[in-house]
Design a protein around this ligand. Structure first.
Ligand SMILES: *Cc1c(COP(=O)(O)O)cnc(C)c1O
Length: 439
């Protein structure tokens, strides 16, 4: 086919197959089909049947852009793949609250205006032992709001070893500076002592901040003061201690998980005045930033104008309440919250899943190492098993429906089974069969 043999957009959309379809969409798809055909002709290949191409473009246009993906990477809290999958009961709450009206900001008892913060405040108080709680869009927003409300125009003391980059070039010091607070670094990258904070406290100091070294570890000659030591200094000077915990592990599940991430209850009982954490890392809920701690400080955050800009929406609050409710029974939390379930699943049962997948697709079982991800427990290795298939399938699997994301390593495509569940295995097997047909 030559360039001048290509039909016009008008001619192409006139095909009877597209009768009754929304004209604007068909025209857009036809333009795309023709653009691609032009490129292919210039590159010396034949574009084939243009009506078939147009039908394909039309289907692609109608497919949602944000889609479900099967995670075969073995990274449990995979930030690029949407972090925490939600528990069924949490999703049910989203559907229930989202499909109609709700008492989002309405007191049913007396028919007056209420606060959206009330829906999860009580359960958060119960689970963390805090006096008060507040929820915003994510943990970066929680930390920023805390500093804006407590330290605007004043100084925040933070250890040099804790000025971390969370990911994608997003740095804690930049977030902190945007709050309007001034950052004062204390100590050194590998060693910071309580005495460093003590020496740096001045008349302009407003807050002592501790940031959990979520996604890295400094090993060797290191020192970091315990929360209790910092709390003692903060108290002596009448200053609040804010503890950014990052991962959001709750006491109820911490004991069951490998390693030990700091949890909010422990932080508060060691003397932190406020603790902040994410909703969609180890907590296993929706994207959210949760602040718990002293009632007077939480109230200052709630009254700050930024709170209005950073507040969580009703769907988030519904999913968060649904997730937190599962923690009232820690055994149920581990069974039903996908992140927790994947983290604690015995390696033998992961291996059985990999063997099942390998039988279905004629692949090979291989031992792998999964990761917690989400910048939590960076050194923790999750023993895991994958099913290895031909490396050529990796791109085809990503292009399939649903897309399947595996890991390319040593000339093979590994489909890690720690982050797939039993039902996913059947879908992955079908996806591999289709990918082989196409390639
Ligand atoms: C992940 C993380 C954040 C950011 O949390 P988001 O919920 O992603 O905004 C902030 N601080 C620490 C220590 C973290 O680990």
């Amino acid at each position: 086919m030559r360039l001048r043999d290509l039909p016009s957009v008008d001619d192409l959309v006139r095909d009877q197959r597209f009768e009754g379809e929304p004209r604007g969409q068909v025209v857009q798809a036809a333009r795309r089909a023709l653009d691609r055909a032009r490129e292919e002709i210039r590159a010396g290949t034949d574009p084939g049947d243009l009506v078939v191409r147009l039908a394909g473009e039309l289907e692609a246009l109608r497919r949602p852009h944000l889609r479900r993906v099967l995670n075969a990477t073995g990274v449990v809290v995979h930030t690029n793949l949407g972090r925490a999958p939600l528990a069924r009961p949490a999703l049910d709450r989203v559907v229930e609250v989202g499909q109609g009206y709700s008492n989002l900001e309405y007191e049913l008892l007396d028919g007056r205006r209420g606060s959206r913060q009330e829906h999860v405040a009580e359960i958060l108080r119960h689970l963390t032992g805090a006096e008060a709680a507040l929820v915003v869009n994510n943990n970066a927003a929680a930390v920023m709001l805390a500093l804006a409300a407590l330290a605007e125009g004043r100084e925040v003391l933070v250890s040099r070893g804790e000025l971390i980059e969370i990911g994608d070039g997003f740095r804690i010091p930049d977030v902190l500076t945007r709050s309007g607070a001034r950052l004062r670094e204390v100590g050194t990258t590998n060693r910071t002592r309580a005495a460093d904070y003590e020496a740096a406290v001045g008349s302009d100091t407003a807050v002592l901040l501790r940031v959990h070294q979520s996604n890295f570890r400094v090993v060797g000659f290191t020192e970091q003061p315990a929360v209790a030591e910092l709390a003692r200094i903060a108290k002596a000077h009448g200053l609040p201690l804010v503890d950014d915990l990052g991962s959001g592990v709750l006491e109820a599940s911490n004991r069951r998980l490998l390693g030990s991430e700091p949890d909010a209850a422990a932080s508060l009982s060691a003397g932190a005045d406020l603790a902040c954490f994410s909703g969609d890392k180890l907590l296993g809920g929706p994207q959210a930033g949760i602040v718990v701690g002293r009632a007077d400080l939480v109230e200052r955050l709630r009254r700050h104008p930024l709170q209005r800009a950073l507040r969580a929406d009703k769907l988030t609050l519904a999913a968060l309440e649904g997730t937190l409710a599962l923690y009232l029974d820690p055994d149920r939390a581990v069974r039903e919250i996908p992140v927790l379930r994947m983290l604690v699943e015995p390696v033998e049962s992961v291996r059985e899943r990999a063997e099942r997948l390998a039988r279905l697709v004629d692949g090979e079982v291989e031992q792998t190492v999964g990761r917690v991800g989400g910048g939590a427990l960076p050194l923790a290795e999750l023993p895991s098993y994958a099913c290895a298939v031909e490396v050529e399938l990796a791109a085809e699997l990503r292009a399939g429906e649903p897309p399947i994301v595996g890991i390319v390593r040593d000339g093979r495509c590994l489909l890690d089974c720690r982050t797939l569940d039993d039902a996913d295995v059947v879908e992955v097997a079908a996806g591999v069969a289709r990918a082989r047909d196409r390639s």
